[in-house]
Design a protein around this ligand. Sequence first.
Ligand SMILES: [Fe+2]
Length: 289
Amino acid sequence: MSGHVTFVHLTDLHVGNPAVVDDHLYSDTSTTLERILADIKLLQPAPSFIVASGDLTNRGDIDSYEQLKRLIAASGLDIPFLFALGNHDRRDGFYPAMLGRTENVWAPYDHAQVIDGIHVIVLDSSVPNKIGGAFEPGQLDWLKAELEQHADLPKLLVMHHAPALDANPAMEWESLSIDDTEALRQAVAGKNVIGILSGHIHFDRVSNWYGIPVVVGIGQHAATDVLWLHEGLRMLEGASFAIGTLRSSGLSITFAPQPASRRELHSFSFAGMAEMLAKYEASTPVAAE
Ligand SMILES: [Fe+2]
């Protein structure tokens, strides 16, 4: 690979229909997404694509997806969006609203494309009416066939539910099922998968899963209090999105905490930094030989 490829990872957008009161929507997700898309528009270099790893809407109804479409169109971003579905999504809402598809609306939404030398593979880990994730018959066969395509290209997987890190059935609600995690491990072994982008648990977490980085983001709705996980789920204000950079040396992920309007404590321009470094180096005593 020559040069860098950058992309953006959004997750758990939980966009709602603004005309409907939703007691299970804890923050103004439309405004959050609007601000984040405005920030993404200013990124340099411009990202090659944006992935949204599920829970695109809070309720999965067509009107909420229409709101999501409106926000994306209003941003003026001319960048490919790749969508995955999460447990808050509904396939029968997503397909007609986002893809104009009215037939076969309960099929899992698996898709892939090559963008700037990255083979992005999006898997639908959502299970209608379930919180945890799993695959339906045929999805892993589709994945295995897709992994055989573009053998020379790095592969980036996107799925709402991250693989299960422990084989603990009591915690299966927060991940892909234990059985499908094992099947996934076998499917991706040796296939140049550079990372898996996920969401669902609403906190930033990076895991090394059998050598593959699994990146989970807080998302854009509410942040799980990671210091309270021994008690239960406590949701805090806050969000993040991530900027991925693929270099020949590998993948890096930079989290951009939100809100971006946090109070500035100090700032340097790059010119100011050069001046500061020059002063610092001039004042540093040189060790005696
Ligand atoms: Fe979510």
